[in-house]
Design a protein around this ligand. Sequence first.
Ligand code: DQA
Length: 143
Amino acid sequence: KTIYVLNGPNLNLLGKRQPEIYGRETLEDVEKLCQSVAGEAHQIRLLQSNWEGQIVDWIHEAREKACGIVINPAALTHTSVAVLDALNTFEGPVIEVHISQVHKREAFRHHSYVSMRADGVIAGLGLEGYAAGVRRVVQLTKD
Ligand code: DQA
């Protein structure tokens, strides 16, 4: 079984981008962490794009290829009906992750389109949020 771990705009710069907010670890570290908690029955496919349409296409691909999705939509969280609509076509569990505690930040980060579909929402746990998201998908898809 495969779990898609999708990452939106600017997360390619994780580790370099505003480290006081997002920390110094990179997406490669996220991938290793996710793989280490996924266990033997699940594979991780970690993807990142700065392009909304690419995220939509990967969600469509996940319909056939993934048992669950962990997604940090980044700024698309707050803007994208297209990402929400795509996730609504996916039948497995969806966990929304934010590295930072978005509710402690600017008001425009408090609303998420994706939360209307997500089965779980994690914010402010740093990279541990991805691990928690993967563990939850594993738990929900183990049989
Ligand atoms: C983020 C929070 C978003 O508001 C922001 O646009 C991001 C990252 C997070 O992981 O904390 O790019 O999703």
